[in-house]
Design a protein around this ligand. Sequence first.
Ligand code: NAD
Length: 272
Amino acid sequence: DLKGTFRLHNGVDMPYFGLGVYLSEDGKEVTNAVKWALQDGYRHIDTASIYNNEEGVGLGIRESGVDRKDIFVVSKVWNSDQGYESTIRAYESSLERLNLDYLDLYLVHWPVKGKYKETWRAMEYLYKHKGVRAIGVSNFLQHHLEDLIAASEIVPMVNQMEFHPYLVQQDLIDFCHKNTIQYEAWSPLMQGHIFELEIMKDLAAKYKKSIAQIVLRWDLQKGVITIPKSAKKDRIRANADIFDFELAPEDVKKLENLDRGKRFGPDPDNFD
Ligand code: NAD
């Protein structure tokens, strides 16, 4: 169900379904989205300092009436804050804006060249001394991960990547799996483009579910944590309604076969 979790390599349980809030505006919009999601049973919220909505997220958490300890809150250190001291400061500032005492997961947002290893040292410090329950990365390709792991004490617990039927990156998923790094999807709905695919319309009809529900269910069956974004009450509720059906193996395969290495977001090798 919505509270179902995958266990990270440090023993922390991470809810495999969450709410993304990129482009949800700070203020009423994001506060309502977070509040509605939590009241509907979501237990995982994904924000970042660059989204400029941490204050509204924090407010939504408090207004929901759900216990802080039952919610998995994720934020990310932005590129311009990378480096040792600045990452620690960025973490403290995120906590202040969110009005929280700790994060459940803090991520390095992008692999900024020449900086991400220093940044990771700060993440290790935050994990050991500042109460962050788990630390991870985002947008790290295999060569970034190999480089990081070779130079670090702690293996990232999570890698949050663009992931959808047009960008599967199965080799990277397998590499992460082998290295006990939990894979997580961003833009699971292809930023809205998923709704244009004929095959998704066919599968939706076959299972009597929506296109969003089909692709989000696919994420779960692939063992990938997923955080679809919506700020609309009915969509937030409907997107999470994926626990009463199962895709047949051949349909899981069908979606995998759509893979064409197509990104809707930036390329991690050319973005910092
Ligand atoms: P998404 O794939 O979740 O798609 C969101 C779009 O789909 C929005 O336009 C939304 O209005 C629409 N939508 C949602 N539910 C719908 C429904 N049921 N029917 C029709 N339309 C629907 O895109 P995203 O926001 O880019 O990704 C999700 C989250 O991932 C973000 O909010 C953010 O938290 C995270 N993210 C992380 C990174 C990163 O670099 N780590 C990058 C992008 C996004």
